[in-house]
Design a protein around this ligand. Structure first.
Ligand code: C2E
Ligand code: MG
Ligand code: MG
Length: 453
């Protein structure tokens, strides 16, 4: 090989090692090396200058990838890369870190304001992207850390920009957030909680509480919903809203979900000995629902003491899992084939519930608490009663049964009864209680003796 040719290849290899082949943008190594150099300059310079390190990713990229196919996903990333290059000013560096994650390096002089620059990026990224013959809007979560105040070395700055990005994502995405020192504390807290959660099952800190479900027409006890709580040794009782998201993200939900299902079915089996019609409802989270272990979990749970599948009711909520209607329908059909009952929880809060109703083989709608809570109170608004009446009428015409959740007063109870709601649930009928306290409630209030002799 001639010297000239080998020189050409060397150059090409050097280029490839610093660039991303899909988008032709600089890659992570290039970015880190440039940031090093800029930080050195920043340290030497006397005049005050700042460098912004920005990381961003596409909200729900997985969903785009699944619905567009991986070639479509690639085209979207290429279009995004091109757009970022177009928006970038001369000295800005745009890099791709991998998958849907990009980074920007923005050097600022005294007159630049990062808020203004970020706004400009956002405005131009909000224009639709053309992928194939589709015009797509995408949302991004962006985190920003600024040298020197947020850090003076590459790793600290990148970590902090990422922390801010995660914060942006947790706040609902489609936004940018600046790093704040309080975030480090929040991250430490969360990491500690995650560690604790790993031990919580083995150390019996998770408990299942039971909330009564009442037949609206007869006032009799019909069953219960299992609700998990965490008795944390230092922090006291933690509600599912605090730790289910962590369990979801870490995958611990699979183990926790299996445990709840087993435990609730075991308990319900005992109660059914004295009250044969008693049914138990269990909540499923998105990741659990998507897991290929779900069907086995359910089979195992109903296998215990030959629990009749139709006395088990699985509650699902609208969430990311629901984006893929086809897959969801398939899973729901498999569950139906086992004979279990299916409920759509928090109904009315989602944005496309009607599409689900058509596609999903559900048996029951649970009207979200937010429609019930003002009825019969001084904050009542007429629309609530109308919405509830309409949901019940629609459910009935589709042959579905209706549960109202969050019933807190006698007026609501009577209103729902008159409008032919099937089941009621809420503090007015009974709070979530330990198995022992639930037996007391059943006996004293509903005249049912659940406890075995
Ligand atoms: P959800 O399934 O909609 O459960 C109803 C929530 O409303 C429960 O909150 C319950 O305590 C509360 N609630 C019931 N009646 C009333 C009322 O009259 N007034 C008021 N203000 N609140 C009432 P909780 O226990 O904090 O559970 C929150 C959510 O966490 C549940 O919403 C469910 O989505 C999820 N969750 C609970 N247990 C599990 C579980 O074992 N697995 C999974 N994946 N998620 C769970
Ligand atoms: Mg529920
Ligand atoms: Mg609910």
């Amino acid at each position: 090989m001639s010297d000239q040719l080998s020189h050409h290849y060397e150059q090409q290899l050097a280029y490839l090692s610093l660039h991303d082949s899909l988008t032709d943008l600089p890659n992570r190594s290039f970015f880190i090396e440039s940031l090093h150099q800029w930080l050195e300059q920043l340290n030497q310079q006397k005049q005050r200058q700042q460098i912004a390190v920005v990381t961003l990713d596409v909200d729900r990229f997985k969903v785009y990838n699944e619905s567009l196919g991986s070639t479509g996903g690639d085209s979207l990333l290429q279009a995004l890369a091109k757009r970022l290059k177009l928006i970038a000013r001369n000295d800005d560096i745009v890099a791709r870190f991998g998958s849907d994650e990009f980074a920007l390096l923005i050097a600022m002089n005294q007159t630049d304001r990062i808020e203004v620059i970020a706004q400009r990026y956002y405005r131009l990224l909000n224009e639709p992207f053309l992928v194939g013959d589709q015009s797509l809007f995408i949302a991004l979560s962006t985190g920003i850390a600024i040298a020197p105040q947020d850090g003076q070395d590459v790793q600290t700055l990148l970590n902090r920009a990422n922390q801010a990005r995660i914060q942006a994502k947790q706040a609902g995405g489609n936004q940018f957030q600046f790093y704040r020192s309080s975030m480090t504390q929040a991250v430490h807290k969360r990491l500690a909680l995650e560690q604790d959660l790993r031990n919580a099952i083995g150390q019996h800190q998770l408990k299942v509480l039971y909330q009564a479900k009442i037949n609206a027409q007869t006032g009799q006890l019909a069953g219960a919903e299992a609700l998990i709580v965490w008795q944390h040794p230092l922090l006291g009782q933690l509600n599912p809203e605090v730790f289910i998201p962590i369990a979801e993200e870490t995958g611990l939900i699979i183990e926790i979900g299996a445990w709840v299902m087993f435990e609730a079915c075991r308990q319900a089996c005992l109660w059914r000995q004295n009250h044969p019609n008693f049914h138990i409802s269990i909540n499923l989270s998105a990741r659990q629902f998507l897991s290929d272990q779900l069907i086995d979990q359910v089979k195992r749970a109903v296998g215990i003491c030959h629990f009749p599948a139709d006395a088990l009711d699985l509650e699902i909520t609208e969430s990311l899992a629901m984006v893929d209607i086809e897959h969801t329908t398939q899973t729901l059909n498999q569950l139906k084939a086992l004979g279990v009952q299916l409920s759509l929880d928090d109904f009315g809060t989602g944005y496309s519930s009607f599409a689900y109703l058509r596609a999903f083989p559900v048996d029951t709608l649970k009207i979200d608490r937010s429609f019930i809570m003002r009825i019969g109170t001084e904050n009542a608004i007429p629309a609530d009663e109308k919405i509830v009446t309409a949901i019940i009428a629609m459910a009935k015409s589709l042959g579905l049964s209706v549960v109202a959740e969050g019933v807190e007063n006698a007026y609501q109870m009577e209103f729902l009864r008159q409008h032919a709601c099937n089941l009621l649930q809420g503090y007015y009928c009974g709070r979530p209680l330990s198995a022992h306290d639930f037996e007391q409630l059943a006996l004293q209030r509903y005249n049912v003796n659940l406890a075995s002799e």
